[in-house]
Design a protein around this ligand. Structure first.
Ligand SMILES: Nc1ncnc2c1ncn2[C@@H]1O[C@H](COP(=O)(O)OP(=O)(O)OP(=O)(O)O)[C@@H](O)[C@H]1O
Length: 227
């Protein structure tokens, strides 16, 4: 479902004399449906960068990044948008939303985008918000003023509303209390059970032991000269 072959990535710092910083070389990785791979490696090793390459935010310098049959490293922007709508979800650490859109609609939006009838989309959104303990009085408000933890839970509800065949999870349990953390881990296990291929970054050791089938140490992808 997610297959990376010989992916390299470097950053060019245009404001610093165009210095080129190689971050990874020959990164290869394959995640099957129903499997969760945890990215590990020291801070700065390139875990988030690898996720952004898979999501198409960063362009790989070489290699292939195939998700659901599409090579993200060579795809047109409209193909990447379709991939993000239909195949690949991304739960980042921070919620980015259009101001003034009510929370219920923020969560229902990925379902509406794939043509789910509005009442079904809103029912699913309501059920996820309730599971994640977002009080109903907040559902009609924009989440922009919510607390950090509430925003994170809205973000997770949005990421799990539509059943993406592939999911990228960046610290989905960070700063959650025990009850919400357990709910998120159950959502991840449910996604695996229905066949989603998942790549996650979990600093929470117990969480990653619970949901990951294996670990990929991104330090192994460090460029040889910098290793
Ligand atoms: N947009 C960017 N421009 C330049 N350098 C970048 C950029 N993004 C990441 N880097 C560099 O790439 C390296 C990998 O960063 P990355 O954020 O992927 O690490 P990480 O393993 O996710 O770290 P952490 O666990 O601390 O979040 C770092 O040295 C970082 O400085």
């Amino acid at each position: 479902m997610i297959e990376l072959k010989n992916v390299s990535k470097s950053f060019t710092l245009h404001n610093q004399g165009s210095a080129v910083i190689p971050v990874m070389e020959n990164a290869s990785l394959s995640v099957k449906p129903g499997e969760c791979a945890g990215l590990v490696g020291a801070s700065g090793a390139g875990k988030s960068t690898l996720m952004r390459v898979i999501y198409g935010n960063y362009l790989a310098a070489s290699g292939s990044v195939v998700v659901g049959g599409l090579d993200v490293a060579k795809a047109e922007p409209r193909e990447i948008l379709a991939l993000r709508r239909e195949t690949l979800g991304y739960v980042s650490q921070f919620l980015r939303v259009v101001p003034r859109v009510p929370t219920l609609d923020v969560v229902a939006e990925p379902l509406l985008a794939v043509g789910t009838p509005a009442d079904q989309a809103r029912d699913k959104a309501a059920s996820l918000l309730a599971q994640l303990n977002i009080p109903e009085r907040l559902w009609s408000l924009s989440p922009t003023t919510f607390s950090g933890g509430e925003q994170q839970r809205v973000n997770i509800a949005r990421g799990f509303a539509y059943e993406y065949p592939a999911l990228l999870l960046d610290e989905p349990t960070a700063s959650l209390d025990a009850q919400n953390r357990a709910t998120v881990l159950a959502l991840i296990e449910g996604a695996k059970a229905r066949g989603a291929a998942i790549i996650g970054i979990f600093h929470d050791e117990a969480a990653r032991q619970q949901v990951c089938d294996r670990f990929v140490d991104v330090s192994g992808f460090a460029p040889k000269a910098a290793a």
